[in-house]
Design a protein around this ligand. Structure first.
Ligand code: A4P
Ligand code: MG
Length: 332
């Protein structure tokens, strides 16, 4: 049967953080993927009945696609797009599905908007000729593997895993190995994982706090924009530490790289894994010194002191920014 249907449901700009890719860094740190979907279906029944049961529940489609995108890693975006199409075509009313799957951070030899694949599958006739109100359409609104993937609330706007960008403040510290290389390498990895560094402090040499019998630290603070959930942000911070072989032997002990989340907008978070604002933030010159260098007004607004005891500026913020820019250019 030829299909010249013009009814379509579109879901554009779905963003997922996944660990797909051929390169070890892509597997380790992950990156953003953006999915545009176009589902062809006969929408005349829901147009007449105004009943969710008669159409494709796009919240359910979203959850099914999310399970693929945030699921087990694959090497190629072609394979990923194929899986996305398979779950979309599992919905009974979907006659044809087209996906544009974009990889905005694809590691190429220069700046790009995105690398992408576009694929279309289907073209079969409708699963049931449901054109009359009251016909027994809508018995199946989920994918073949339903259950697992179906979204909770019928008709609800899909709940995105990411929202608008958060302003995130991070503290990085190192007192083992080449401390400067650890800090700068850490910042580069955070950038490659999707964080946009909007501002950074200089790099300070700081006396150890907590456990004194250890080498002095290098510390810096970053202000970033991140379109991430707090849990995903913590994952990225911990994966970045892991790349630098951070071991958690001793609390407050020496470390190649420590990445702490200081603030996420004005959020207060208390979960077993994450406390924001960072609980010890207001006691520490190695945090408040560099933070105040970037934004004195923030300290004043919060009523926090601009502590500078035991910290010495080693590399100015301007130099750190220049080094990061040069690193970005040589990466590309
Ligand atoms: N966790 C909870 N909230 C957060 C958050 N806001 N950011 C959890 C990051 N992690 C958070 O952290 C332990 C656990 O805290 C994590 O599993 C995470 O789920 P960790 O990095 O594994 O261990 P840690 O860093 O040794 O412990 P802690 O308590 O985070 O220590 P701090 O407070 O980070 O202090 N002196 C100088 N001069 N410069 C330093 O950078 N750093 C420390 C570490 C001590 N003394 C220092 C410095
Ligand atoms: Mg820490």
């Amino acid at each position: 049967m030829s299909l010249d249907r013009t009814d379509k449901i579109r879901l554009d700009g779905l963003r997922f953080y996944g660990y797909h890719g051929f390169l070890p860094a892509e597997r380790e740190l992950g990156q953003w993927f953006v999915v545009d979907l176009e589902l062809t279906a006969d929408l005349s029944l829901p147009a007449a009945t105004d009943a969710l049961a008669d159409t494709i529940n796009y919240a359910a489609v979203y959850e099914a696609v999310k399970a693929v995108m945030e699921g087990p890693p694959v090497d190629l975006i072609e394979a990923l797009a194929g899986k996305v199409l398979t779950v979309c075509l599992g919905f009974a009313q979907v006659e044809k599905a087209r996906v544009l799957l974009k990889k905005p951070q694809a590691p190429l030899g220069g700046p790009i908007g995105y690398a992408a694949v576009e694929m279309e599958r289907g073209g079969r006739g409708p699963a049931q000729a449901a054109v009359e109100p009251g016909a027994e359409a809508g018995a199946e609104t989920g994918p073949a593997t339903a259950g697992e993937a179906v979204a909770g609330e019928a008709g609800a706007t899909p709940v995105a895993a990411v929202g608008p960008p958060h302003t995130v403040w991070l503290s990085l510290g190192s007192n083992l190995g080449d401390r400067l290389a650890m800090l700068l390498g850490g910042v580069r990895l955070l950038q490659r994982a999707g964080l946009i560094v909007e501002d950074c402090s200089g790099i300070y040499e700081t006396k150890p706090v907590g456990y004194a019998e250890q080498p002095d630290f290098y510390n810096l603070v970053l202000r970033c924009a991140a379109t991430l959930t707090p849990a995903a942000l913590l994952d990225i911070c911990q994966k970045t530490e892991a790349v630098f072989h951070r071991r958690r032997d001793e609390r407050w002990g020496p470390r190649t790289l420590d990445v702490d989340i200081l603030l996420i907008d004005d959020l207060t978070i208390r979960t077993p894994r994450l406390t924001v604002p960072h609980p010890r933030l207001t006691e520490r010159a190695f945090v408040l010194g560099p933070l105040g260098e970037i934004n004195r007004e923030l300290l004043t607004a919060k009523g926090w002191p601009w502590l500078k005891e035991g910290i010495t500026l080693q590399i100015s913020a301007a130099d750190v920014k220049m080094i990061l820019e040069l690193a970005a250019v040589s990466d590309s």
